[in-house]
Ligand binder design. Structure first.
Ligand SMILES: Nc1nc2c(ncn2[C@@H]2O[C@H](COP(=O)(O)OP(=O)(O)OP(=O)(O)O)[C@@H](O)[C@H]2O)c(=O)[nH]1
Ligand SMILES: [Mg+2]
Length: 301
């Protein structure tokens, strides 16, 4: 008998920095969503489409949910996550092994009202619990979460070390309805190349910059064209203050040069094209708390 095809939507939800984007990239074996050590890396929801022989899993990566979003941008990020909690086939609630925080409790409360058909608890960074000799603490940790709410499935994983991924994937498929593929098989995301160009550059800058700067910086792609088989990309980096502009550029342009080079190499890998990346830094005062500026910069729903 021919095996039927299954497809559906799976959201990855949790507080910042638990490893949601890392899981998406590991599942797809492709860098669809940017990852840094810093919290609040992901700002927009982003689809990652995982094509298998008998199933298509459409993952939705989301920004880490914040309990008290202070600025307009944080409110936007929460809206992006809330949207992804409704009407999906499976909700993956991701937490970090042995690290339960107030923000996790908040996300769990939001989860209770979601209309999704299945809810999985995904305990990430299980490798860390191993290393610290904390193996015996993992089971009581899982039991304490089970006592809070009932989950359809529970998976300890390491998204970074690719542990427990297969089992999670198989379980997800079991919960997807029998359906045709939702997207064509050669599509891996709903986002276009401009989006990835901006995100890759933001990732490399976030990695090199500290303090408030990673959060007060955004990228727009002002021009993106192909000429002689080369992508010519013009990116503008927006910051809030003149002092930040100097830091982003760095001494003798070092920071911008290095971040730009790293971003370009990642873009070339994803696009399978040579890339010529040009960057500018501009100032837009208090853009993170201005609905109007956010819209202008593509934070628009
Ligand atoms: N040790 C360990 N680190 C991990 C694992 N998964 C992710 N990380 C690290 O955790 C950090 C945050 O990962 P992200 O994937 O950006 O986390 P996120 O939940 O998407 O974060 P936001 O987008 O800010 O909400 C990065 O430094 C990752 O390398 C894991 O399984 N083990
Ligand atoms: Mg993320």
């Amino acid at each position: 008998m021919k095996q039927s095809f299954h497809s559906g939507y799976v959201s990855i939800i949790g507080r910042a920095n638990v490893g949601k984007s890392t899981l998406l990239n590991t599942m797809l074996d492709e860098k669809v969503s940017i990852v840094t050590r810093k919290p609040q890396t992901t700002r927009h929801h982003c689809l990652g489409i995982h094509n298998l022989e008998h199933a298509q899993i459409v993952f939705i990566d989301t920004p880490g949910i914040q309990k008290t979003p202070r600025q307009a941008i944080n409110q936007y990020m929460n809206r992006q996550a809330a949207f992804a909690m409704q009407d999906v086939d499976v909700l993956l609630f991701m937490v970090e092994a042995l690290k339960w925080q107030e923000q996790d409790e908040h996300v769990l409360n939001l989860l209770q009202s979601s209309r999704s058909s299945a809810k999985f608890l995904v305990i990430n960074k299980a490798d860390k619990a191993d290393k610290a000799g904390d193996k015996t603490k993992l089971l009581p940790f899982i039991e304490s979460l089970q006592a809070k709410t009932s989950f359809d499935e529970i998976f300890p994983i390491s998204a970074k070390n690719k542990q427990g991924i297969q089992a999670l994937e198989q379980a997800i498929i079991k919960y997807l309805p029998a359906n045709m593929p939702i997207y064509p098989e050669d599509v891996i995301s709903d986002r276009n190349e401009r989006f990835f160009a901006a995100e890759y550059l933001r990732e490399k800058l976030m990695m090199r910059l500290s303090d408030e700067l990673p959060y007060e910086l955004t990228i727009t792609i002002d021009d993106f064209k192909e000429k002689n088989d080369v992508y010519h990309i013009y990116a503008c980096i927006w910051v809030e203050k003149a002092s930040q502009k100097n830091i982003v550029i760095g001494k003798q342009g070092e920071i911008l040069k290095k971040a730009g080079k790293d971003a370009r190499l990642d873009m070339e890998k994803l696009f399978a094209k040579k890339v010529n990346l040009k960057t500018w830094v501009k100032i837009k005062k208090k853009w993170t708390d201005s609905e109007q500026a956010l819209k202008l910069f593509g934070y628009d729903n």
